[in-house]
Design a protein. Sequence first.
Length: 161
Amino acid sequence: MRSFGLATLLLATVVLTGCAGDPNTGAGPRENTGTLVGALAGAAIGSQIGGGTGERVAAGVAGALIGSMIGNRIGAAMDDEDKRRAYEAQMAALENGPSGAPVAWRNPDSGRYGSIVPGPAYDRRGAKCRDFTHTIYIDGRPQTARGIACRNPDGTWTPAG
């Protein structure tokens, strides 16, 4: 039940954040809509990956966090299949990808593609973490997100600041 509360709190935060533009960054409704869409898609995809009920909720929360990062950077330009492929590649890169080696994905239906390049794993407050660069090509133009993700005890990955 505690995981459900965390998922609900996360979803409410993302929904409320998506209601206003940011005067400092200029992020407006499209980027914020992308954040919400990415978070929801990530949550849906992540929840399907987990095994039991608890794992599904945890995977949904992790998917929402990763999806919101991708969604905010890309806006609303990616379809559900793009997001699914990008998410799966990102999880594979973080979990098993050699440092500096790109893990590619492609959606032949939309023509969108990208790659995730994980950095070396390191310890951060007792968790395995990795820096990563995720580049997505939409209409031939690269859009890049850089971040840090840390592995949770249940095997999911969460973006870290």
